[in-house]
Ligand binder design. Sequence first.
Ligand code: RP5
Length: 166
Amino acid sequence: MSQLNDKPLVGIIMGSDSDLKVMKDAVEALEEFGVKSEMIVASAHRTPDRAARYAQTAEERGIEVLIAGAGMAAHLPGVIAAFTVLPVIGVPLQSGALRGWDSLLAIAQMPPGVPVATVAVDGAKNAGLLAIQILGGKHPQLREKFKAYKEKMVRQVEKKDANLGE
Ligand code: RP5
């Protein structure tokens, strides 16, 4: 069985520190499975060199999955994907006048050849869970934990269902 080490396996990049209030949900989801992450603020527009450098060096530092969240003209996940072979999960954020529609379209409409797995607007929790599922392909213990997570979810729904008549 492959060992999870103490080092971060997931890199979380956000366009602004104002994105942290949503992106922390990804950190918490990963922590629930005992997976460490590292976080960085880097913008595709304001700090393009920093964003590119982070993406280019992530693999050699042991990062296996990247999560990138941005609002407005959210080019960050796509730019990160352009600079790495690691899988990239994009989180459209609800900032600006268009309330996330802009970032959703900017992140989802990637050209063929450069995929970004896009979650819902403000869907940082699901980004963390999807990262666990991707990591589960290599780390069987995470796959087992994810099975237990889903089974628990089923039990919780069934319990609520059973309580409906009360
Ligand atoms: C985007 O612009 C960021 O990802 C953030 O969602 C939005 C606003 O950034 P701030 O003006 O709050 O720094 O690039």
